[in-house]
Design a protein around this ligand. Structure first.
Ligand code: ADP
Ligand code: MG
Length: 404
C-alpha cells in the first residue's frame, strides 16, 4: 500500500493544473470576528507555497465552525482569506460561494500560481451528509472546478478522521496526494503508536467526557498512565461518589467511568484538589479546595496546585507523552494555572529527553495564548479528534482513501 505525496505530484508536474487542496483553517475567532490563533493557517502554508512555486492553479477547500449546512456570514472564511494573503504575500481571492457560479468563474480565471479559497464547505449540507450519494454529488461539483488533469491534495489533518465530501469523496474522484502537513503529522503519530518509549503517559482534558470516553478505554490499554483533568474529570470524580456541585458532569457516563476506574484504576491519575468558582465567569470569586469540598452551588473550573504537582511527577518519569485537552478554563486567567503547570511539566520532561505531542485545537491554542514555548514540545499537532483516533489505532478514512 503506497500513498503518493506532494513531492510525487510536483515531480509529475503541476504547472497550469488545477489542484484542489483540503486544508484545515478552522481557527478560533473572537467576538469581533478576528483570528485569535493562526496556528492551523501557518501549518498549512508549506503545501500551498510548494504548489504556487510549481505553477499550480490552487483551489483551497476548508470549513470554519459549525454552520450546519447553511450559509451564515458569521462562519465566512473571509478572515482566513485575508490572513492567507498576508502570510503568502500574494492575493488570495475568496469565492462568494462553494460550488456556485462565482466559484466557477474564479476557478476558470486562475492563472498559474494563483490561489483561490472557496467559501466554507460546510455551508453546503452535502459536505457532511451520511448519504454517500449526496456527498458524491457535492464532490462531483467540487471536482468540476478543476479542468482536465486536476489533482487533489489532502492537507487538512484535523479532518482526516471524517468521511466528508471535501476530505474523502473528492479523493476518490481525482489523482490524490498527501500534503506536507498530513504526511508530517502521520509520521510523528506513527512513532507514538508503534513503539512508544515507556513509560507512556496520555493526558486528557477538555470539555466532554462522552466524546473521549472510547478514547480513554483504548488508550488505557496502550499507555502506562492516563492523567485526567479538565471538564472530563468531574464525571470520574462523581463516579467515586464525590459531589461535584455545578461542575461539568455527564450523568449518563458515570457508570462507564466507574467501570474504567475498576479496570484501569492503577493507571488513571485524577486530581486531588481543584479551583472552585462561584460561577462561570472570568472574574468569579474562587478558591482552591479539596476534590470533595466544592462549596454548595459552585463549580470547579481548574485543577489545583497539588494536582499540578502530582501530574508533574508522573510526567517527569515519562518517556512518551501525548496531551489533549486543557486542564481548566484556560481562557480565563484565574483558571489557567492548571493548564500552564501541566504544559510546563511536559516541556520540562521533553527537555530531559521525553518525546511529547500536543494534539487538539484548544490545547495548541492554549500553549500559544499562555505564552509557552512551542519549541518546548516535540510536536504540536493541528488535529485533536484525528490524532486521538490515530492513537487509538483506528483507520482514518481521509488517510485510508489516499492509499492505492
Ligand atoms: P481540544 O480542542 O484541545 O481537543 P476540547 O475542545 O475538548 O479541547 O476542550 C477545550 C475546552 O474545554 C476549553 O474551551 C476549556 O475552557 C474547556 N474546559 C476545560 N476545563 C473545563 C472545566 N472545568 N469546566 C468547563 N470547561 C472546561
Ligand atoms: Mg476543541
Amino acid at each position: 500500500m503506497t500513498t503518493k505525496n506532494l513531492q510525487d505530484l510536483l515531480q509529475e508536474g503541476v504547472e497550469g493544473r488545477h489542484v484542489l487542496v483540503r486544508s484545515d483553517f478552522n481557527v478560533p475567532l473572537n467576538d469581533a470576528g478576528e483570528i485569535t490563533d493562526a496556528g492551523r493557517i501557518n501549518a498549512s502554508l508549506p503545501t500551498i507555497q510548494a504548489l504556487v512555486e510549481g505553477g499550480a492553479r490552487v483551489i483551497l477547500m476548508a470549513h470554519l465552525g459549525r454552520p450546519k449546512g447553511e450559509v451564515n456570514p458569521k462562519f465566512s472564511l473571509a478572515p482566513v482569506a485575508e490572513a492567507l494573503s498576508e502570510a503568502l504575500d500574494q492575493y488570495v481571492a475568496l469565492a462568494g460561494d462553494v460550488v456556485g457560479e462565482d466559484a466557477h468563474e474564479r476557478a476558470n480565471g486562475l492563472n498559474d500560481g494563483d490561489v483561490l479559497l472557496l467559501e466554507n464547505v460546510r455551508f453546503d449540507p452535502r459536505e457532511t451528509s451520511k448519504d454517500e450519494a449526496e456527498r458524491g454529488e457535492f464532490a462531483d461539483q467540487l471536482v468540476a472546478l478543476t479542468a482536465e488533469n486536476g489533482a487533489f491534495v489532502s492537507d487538512g489533518f484535523g479532518v482526516v478522521h471524517r468521511a466528508q465530501a471535501s476530505v474523502y469523496d473528492v479523493a476518490q474522484r481525482l489523482p490524490h496526494y498527501a500534503g506536507k502537513l498530513v504526511e508530517k503529522e502521520i509520521d510523528v503519530l506513527k512513532a507514538v503508536v508503534e513503539e512508544p518509549k515507556r513509560p507512556y503517559t496520555v493526558v486528557l482534558g477538555g470539555a466532554k467526557v462522552s466524546d473521549k470516553l472510547g478514547v480513554i478505554q483504548a488508550l488505557a490499554e496502550k499507555a502506562d498512565h492516563v492523567i485526567i483533568g479538565g471538564g472530563m474529570c468531574y464525571t470520574f470524580l462523581a463516579s467515586k461518589g464525590i459531589d461535584v456541585q455545578e461542575s461539568l458532569l455527564q450523568e449518563e457516563q458515570i457508570e462507564s467511568c466507574k467501570k474504567l476506574l475498576e479496570t484501569y484504576g492503577d493507571k488513571i491519575v485524577l486530581p486531588v484538589d481543584l479551583v472552585a468558582a462561584e460561577k462561570f465567569d472570568a472574574q468569579a470569586d474562587n478558591k482552591v479546595v479539596a476534590i470533595d469540598a466544592i462549596p454548595e452551588g459552585w463549580m470547579s473550573l481548574d485543577v489545583g496546585p497539588e494536582t499540578v504537582e502530582t501530574f508533574k511527577k508522573v510526567l517527569s518519569e515519562s518517556k512518551t507523552i501525548f496531551w489533549n485537552g486543557p486542564m481548566g478554563v484556560f481562557e480565563f486567567e484565574a483558571f489557567s494555572k492548571g493548564t500552564r503547570g501541566l504544559a510546563e511539566g511536559i516541556i520540562e520532561s521533553t527537555s530531559n529527553g521525553a518525546f511529547s505531542v500536543v494534539g487538539g485545537g484548544d490545547s495548541a491554542a492554549a500553549v500559544r495564548s499562555l505564552g509557552l514555548d512551542e519549541a518546548g514540545f516535540s510536536h504540536i499537532s493541528t488535529g485533536g479528534g484525528a490524532s486521538l483516533e490515530f492513537l487509538e489505532g483506528k483507520d482514518l478514512p481521509g488517510v485510508k482513501v489516499l492509499e492505492s
